[in-house]
Design a protein around this ligand. Structure first.
Ligand code: NAD
Ligand code: GLY
Length: 350
């Protein structure tokens, strides 16, 4: 079992990584909360496989444990699901000392975290990520949100979990397409700050625990310095500015990680055209994405994407920071206004 400690201005918690950790959740929760009732929030693909183990472990440790299962998919990250969940918490008479458990991928984690951030002005929650993307990214760092029809993650809060329990055994049942989408975030992390991880991925010689530990270590380091995303945390958005526009344009037909892969390929191409990155690094990043069967070509024109980019709340208020690699393991946040963003976008097409 690996353990990474995360310490931010508002919280301090462990991320435990290893096979079989689901069965320890009751015992773990006894240590980090004084809850009496725990509500496990999950998705319809995940709960039938792992729900009973989690409920049994919680009940064996003396908790009253209830479950709420949502349909799978991005549509669940909505105000409607959020309201439904809050009403259930009230029906279960959850108090401020009780706790939620998010058992699932990033959709479950973001929704549960936002409910925990706001129910009775904030209660504890535990992240139990069951996708690679959630293990390496969304379960750590406290960003929680739901979507509005017009845009992703428009309503949310920073609210750190009390514990992240990452049972790597759950990745065995994850469909291959979802697993590869998670690798898009792992590759992203390696390009941002970890050339050793990049080499490991290229060689294909790694185990899940070490990959997840490397990414969580990097994220812990970044959120310790910049919990609220005003500085270094922006680097984690590599590939996301173009990626989010592509994801939205596809109406979520493309997975988040797939859109990030295309966004990453676009930004390395643009960085070469702007004279910031060498062609060897560009080709290595694109090859690595392809190695994990990730898409690398933008399926939409620059004109189509630019209209969506203009909806970005950051550019709408004047400028946004585009994350651009200078080499593998070294990225920079470049402030761009609307005109510069258009130039960068056009440079991303070869
Ligand atoms: P997801 O939560 O939709 O899960 C992917 C699919 O896999 C779903 O159908 C789910 O039911 C299924 N699944 C999950 N675990 C499984 C398992 N072990 N076995 C079988 N099936 C399983 O997708 P995701 O990629 O985990 O998360 C994407 C979401 O995360 C997006 O909404 C994105 O915005 C968000 N996100 C948040 C952050 C953050 O910092 N909060 C960071 C990155 C992404
Ligand atoms: N996933 C980006 C962040 O946590 O900041």
């Amino acid at each position: 079992m690996r353990c990474v400690h995360v310490k931010t201005d508002s919280a301090s918690y462990d991320v435990k990584i290893g096979a079989g950790l689901l069965d320890t959740i009751g015992r773990e929760l006894r240590v980090c909360t004084d809850a009496k009732t725990v509500v496990v929030v999950s998705g319809e693909n995940v709960f039938p496989i792992y729900g009973e183990r989690v409920l049994n472990s919680l009940r064996s440790a003396g908790f009253r444990a209830e479950a709420k299962v949502f349909p799978s998919g991005e549509e669940t990250k909505s105000l409607a699901s959020y309201g439904e969940l809050l009403n259930l918490l009230t029906e279960c008479r959850l108090t401020r000392s009780d706790c939620l458990v998010a058992l699932g991928g990033g959709v479950t984690g973001d929704l549960t975290g936002f409910a925990a951030a706001t129910y009775q002005r904030g209660i504890r929650y535990v992240q139990v990520p069951t996708t690679l993307l959630a293990a390496v990214d969304s379960s750590v760092g406290g960003k929680t949100a739901v979507n509005l029809p017009a845009a992703k993650n428009q309503v949310g809060a920073f609210h750190q979990p009390s514990l992240v329990l990452c049972d790597t055994g759950t990745l065995d049942t994850l469909p291959e397409r979802e697993l590869n989408a998670g690798f898009a975030e792992v590759i992203k992390d390696s390009v941002i700050a970890d050339p050793d991880l990049f080499d490991l991925l290229q060689q294909g010689n790694f185990d899940r625990e070490s990959i997840i530990e490397a990414c969580v270590n990097m994220k812990a380091d970044i959120v310790a310095e910049d919990e609220h995303d005003f500085g270094r945390r922006r680097l984690l958005n590599l590939g996301h500015t173009f990626g989010h526009a592509i994801e939205a344009r596809s109406r979520y037909e493309l997975l988040h990680g797939e859109a990030v892969a295309i966004g990453t390929a676009m930004i390395v191409r643009a960085a070469v055209r702007m004279g910031i990155l060498d062609t060897g690094s560009r080709d290595a990043v694109i090859e690595l994405l392809k190695q994990f069967r990730l898409p690398v070509e933008p399926p939409y024109s620059a004109d189509e994407l630019f209209d969506i980019l203009l909806l970005d709340k950051k550019i709408a208020s004047g400028r946004l920071h585009l994350i651009v690699p200078r080499s593998v393991g070294w990225c920079e946040a470049i402030p761009v206004d609307r005109e510069a963003l258009r130039r960068w976008l056009e440079a991303a097409y070869e």
